[in-house]
Design a binder for this molecule. Structure first.
Ligand SMILES: NC(=O)C1=CN([C@@H]2O[C@H](COP(=O)(O)OP(=O)(O)OC[C@H]3O[C@@H](n4cnc5c(N)ncnc54)[C@H](OP(=O)(O)O)[C@@H]3O)[C@@H](O)[C@H]2O)[C@@H](O)CC1
Ligand SMILES: [K+]
Length: 478
């Protein structure tokens, strides 16, 4: 499991460790990890040139000490101090190792002048191989000061390695309300933070590399399943299993007008994780479902219902009948308008940002900008697990616990992919997983299947379903 802790949790763990270590030891650990990651990024020290952007706090201190280590390895290191309060001991260490400090352009005196006026003041700007963002870390407020914004504009186009967090993002929420660094690589310390997982901030991190500095941390409020976690959650048939003991998943999606939604939902449900799939919908759609999946049977008792898209005017009735059965329930697409009927049941809601905006009566842009807040709000309000779809899908439990999905590919943004996901999560519910595990594991599997399918090029939703057995096969054997 990958864990993302809050700044408050990190601070408490850091205080514990600082009390037990010699002064400066923790920062040296962080700086060494950072220096190795930058070296790895550069490929070689020889002939490389690195610019450190250094703020007033320990984040800048990390950058300076890492810069000193890089300079000792033969990298040409220059530091641009964005604050007069930059850590003096770090500056001394950098200089002692052969690094230099730039005469900083006087941006602070003319914060509104265009970046182009200062450009000539940074010598041979274009020959920097990497900019190290040590402007601000977990002690920062969101946004950047004009000095930093302008520096970044002047250095646009040069790869950026962020220290701990891309400066300017909101560390605990993943929001990006003001200007911020967009990194190619973020090197973080001790544990991940929310901004490394939750969009839009996660997009600004690039690849994320974690350096272990020995922090002893409590449970994290935000986490991300890894392959081994999903493998451990997958239901496996008992030796004496029969199809009913493995769970039966029922699908109420699609209609005579939209048979495709029925076929795709069933293709997710028929991933093999439940013992049987029932389709309860329009007979014309059932014919198409059976043509694609001969093993699917008609209405009857189930252990979980999937009420999905394309059910025409039948969505409300489908939700009502499913709720009456008193089994776990997944509600997607047009049926989400009737999510209220399932309040208090073991329910998974699977909206995209637009659908969640309608559920909460807010603007779609608000949901996209504050995914964590809105997924948690909906989970609490509907007393349900809410799976908010996105590049990094956010799965929230009513008590606020969150799992973020980091598998997937941009190719997954394709019609019908949500139907496959609904069916898949429904199968996991029927097999007995609790709604939070079913939603987060299903989302992980869906993303992994899409990535696998997209190896050969663009994909459609049925390719995702077709790739599921390969992904599952690689996990059940582990
Ligand atoms: N915790 C750990 O386990 C370890 C932590 N370590 C490292 O320490 C880092 C945290 O260091 P930190 O606490 O000194 O805070 P940090 O983020 O450098 O700067 C805060 C200062 O910046 C300023 N400022 C605020 N907002 C700003 C803005 N938007 N734009 C510009 N400036 C802004 C403000 O000062 P001001 O200028 O207002 O006086 C504020 O005081 C952490 O991220 C990690 O890198 C590792 O070394 C070891 C293990
Ligand atoms: K930073």
């Amino acid at each position: 499991m990958l864990h993302a802790h809050t700044v408050e949790q990190v601070r408490a763990a850091e205080a514990d460790l600082l009390a037990r270590l010699p002064e400066g030891a923790l920062m040296q650990r962080a700086a060494a990890g950072l220096a190795y990651a930058v070296l790895d990024f550069l490929g070689t020290a020889y002939g490389r040139r690195v610019l450190l952007l250094v703020g007033s706090g320990d984040n800048g201190g990390d950058a300076l000490y890492a810069g000193a280590l890089l300079a000792r390895r033969g990298v040409q290191v220059e530091a641009w101090l964005l604050s007069d309060a930059a850590r003096a001991a770090g500056v001394d260490a950098l200089r002692a190792a052969g690094g230099t400090v730039l005469a900083s352009p006087p941006i602070g005196q003319r914060p509104h002048a265009p970046a182009s006026e200062f450009r000539g003041l940074v010598p041979n700007r274009a020959t920097f191989d990497v900019v190290v963002d040590g402007i601000v870390g977990i002690g920062g407020r969101p946004g950047l000061r004009p000095e930093a914004t302008k520096a970044l504009e002047m250095l646009a186009g040069i790869p950026v390695v962020a220290v701990d967090t891309p400066s300017g993002v909101d560390v605990d929420t993943g929001e990006t309300d003001g200007p911020h660094v967009v990194a190619d690589l973020t090197v973080t310390f001790g544990t991940h933070k929310t901004c490394h997982l939750v969009d839009p901030a996660a997009r600004a991190c690039g690849a994320v590399h974690l350096v272990d500095i020995g922090l002893d941390l409590p449970d994290a409020p935000v986490e991300a399943l890894q392959a081994a976690d999903v493998a451990a959650l997958l239901p496996r048939p008992a030796a004496d299993a029969h199809k009913y003991t493995r769970g039966v998943v029922g699908v109420r999606a699609g209609s005579a007008t939209y048979p495709g939604a029925a076929v795709l939902s069933v293709s997710g449900a028929a991933c093999g994780l439940a013992g049987m799939v029932r389709y309860d919908g329009d007979p014309a759609a059932l014919d198409q479902v059976r043509a694609a999946h001969p093993e699917v049977v008609g209405p009857g008792r189930v252990q979980a219902w999937v009420v999905g898209s394309g059910s025409d005017a039948g969505a409300e009735d489908a939700v009502r009948r499913s709720v009456a059965d008193d089994v776990p329930l997944l509600i997607d697409a047009d049926a989400l308008a009737f999510a209220d009927l399932a309040r208090g049941r073991a329910t998974v809601l699977t909206p995209h940002a637009g659908e969640l905006a309608r559920l909460l009566d807010v603007e779609r842009a608000q949901v996209e900008a504050r995914m964590l807040e809105h997924a948690r709000l909906a989970a609490r309000r509907y007393d349900a697990v809410v799976l908010l779809k996105g590049r990094h899908t956010v799965v929230a439990r009513p008590d606020g616990q969150v799992r973020v999905t980091t598998t997937g590919t941009p190719w997954l943004a394709t019609a019908g992919a949500g139907d496959v996901l609904g069916g898949l999560v429904g199968a996991l519910l029927a097999a007995g997983l609790d709604p939070f595990d079913a939603a987060s594991a299903g989302s992980w599997l869906h993303g992994a299947a899409a990535t696998l399918a997209a190896q050969d090029g663009p994909i459609v939703a049925s390719d995702v379903a077709a790739a599921l057995p390969v992904v599952l096969g690689s996990l059940v054997g582990t």
